[in-house]
Ligand binder design. Structure first.
Ligand code: GRG
Length: 291
C-alpha cells in the first residue's frame, strides 16, 4: 500500500520535473544534461511527497503545490551532487549510478548543482493557485532553512569539525544538514495550505524528530547497509573519519533512538487535526527503509 502510494507520487513528481527541467539543444546543453542525470537517477522523492501530504492535510487542493515540491527536490539533488564532490565526501556512486562529477567532471557537477539551486527559487515562485503572500512566506522559509542557518550551516559543521566533535554539536549538525530540508518540506506544505501558526510549529517539531531519525538511519546504513540496495558506497563515514551517532553509541542503541524519535513524531501527527494515516505510513517507512 505504501509502495503504491509512493510510486504514484514519484510518477507525478517526475512528470513535473521533466517539464521544469526540459532537455535542450542550446549551447549550454551539457549542464542541463548533467542536471537531468542526477534529478532522474532514481531518488525516493521523500521531501516533495512530505510537502504534498502536509499541504493536503491542511486543506490544500488540486496540484497547486507540485512546483514548490519539485523546487525542494531540486535543492536536495543539488546538495547530493555537491556532497559527492572530491572537496566534500568524495563519493563515486549515488542513486546507483556514478556520481555526477564522475560522469561529467567536477566543473560540470559544480555548475549543475548551482543551476538546480538557482532555478529552484524561480520554480517555487511560479506556484500558481495559492495566494502570493503564502508563497512568499514559504519561499522565505525555504531560503532561510537551506542557507547558512539550515542545510549549508550543517554541512559547514560537518566539514570543519573533526576530532573535537561533541554529541551536542553532532546533533545540531544532523538537525541542520539533514533535518532542515525535511523541515522545509513539512512546514512549507502547511504554510502553502494556510495552516495556523500553532500547527506550523507542530509540523516543525515533527520534522525535527524525523530529520534526526533519518540521519541516524543513514549512519546505520552507511556501516551495515547493502551497497546495491543503497545505491551508494557504504563505509563512507569511516573512510572520512567521521564521528557519527553510530560511532558513539553503536548500531543497536541507534536503532532504538531512531524508533523512539519516530514514535514521538507519530504522536505529533496524532495531535494534529485531520486524517494523518498516510503521513504515519510514510513516517514508519522512513524508519524501516533499507535505502
Ligand atoms: C555548497 C558545496 C556545497 C554543499 C551544499 C552538500 C550540502 C550543502 C549539504 C549536504 C547535505 C546532505 C547531503 C545531507 C545528507 C542527507 C541525506 C541523508 C541524504 C539522502 O537522502 P535520501 O535518502 O536520498 O532521501 P534519495 O537519493 O532517495 O533522494
Amino acid at each position: 500500500m505504501i509502495d503504491l502510494l509512493l510510486k504514484n507520487y514519484q510518477e507525478k513528481i517526475d512528470m513535473r520535473l521533466n517539464i521544469l527541467i526540459p532537455e535542450t539543444s542550446a549551447n549550454y546543453k551539457d549542464v542541463v544534461e548533467s542536471e537531468r542525470y542526477s534529478v532522474f537517477a532514481g531518488g525516493k522523492r521523500i521531501r516533495p511527497i512530505l510537502l504534498l501530504e502536509f499541504y493536503k492535510l491542511f486543506g490544500g487542493e488540486d496540484d497547486c503545490a507540485y512546483n514548490f515540491a519539485c523546487a525542494v527536490e531540486m535543492i536536495h539533488t543539488y546538495s547530493l551532487i555537491h556532497d559527492d564532490l572530491p572537496c566534500m565526501d568524495n563519493d563515486d556512486l549515488r542513486r546507483g549510478k556514478p556520481s555526477n562529477h564522475i560522469k561529467y567532471g567536477e566543473a560540470m557537477a559544480l555548475l549543475a548543482g548551482d543551476a538546480l539551486l538557482t532555478e529552484s527559487f524561480g520554480v517555487a515562485a511560479r506556484t500558481m493557485g495559492i495566494s502570493p503572500e503564502l508563497v512568499t512566506k514559504a519561499i522565505t522559509y525555504l531560503s532561510a532553512n537551506s542557507g547558512v542557518s539550515g542545510m549549508i550551516g550543517g554541512q559547514v559543521i560537518d566539514t570543519c569539525t573533526k576530532g573535537e566533535m561533541t554529541e551536542e554539536v553532532l546533533k545540531e549538525m544532523y538537525l541542520l544538514k539533514t533535518g532542515a530540508l525535511l523541515k522545509i518540506s513539512a512546514v512549507c506544505g502547511a504554510v502553502l495550505a494556510g495552516a495556523d501558526e500553532n500547527s506550523i510549529k507542530l509540523c516543525e517539531t515533527y520534522a525535527e524528530k524525523i530529520g534526526f531519525a533519518f540521519q541516524i538511519i543513514d549512519d546505520i546504513l552507511d556501516c551495515s547497509g547493502n551497497e546495491e540496495k543503497l545505491g551508494k558506497r557504504i563505509g563512507s563515514d569511516d573512510k572520512n573519519n567521521k564521528i557519527t551517532m553510530v560511532s558513539i553509541y553503536g548500531v543497536e542503541k541507534c536503532r532504538l533512538m531512531a524508533k523512539e524519535l519516530t514514535n514521538e513524531a507519530l504522536d505529533i501527527l496524532d495531535s494534529l487535526n485531520g486524517d494523518t494515516d498516510t503521513l504515519k505510513e510514510i513516517t514508519k517507512y522512513l524508519l524501516d527503509r533499507e535505502y
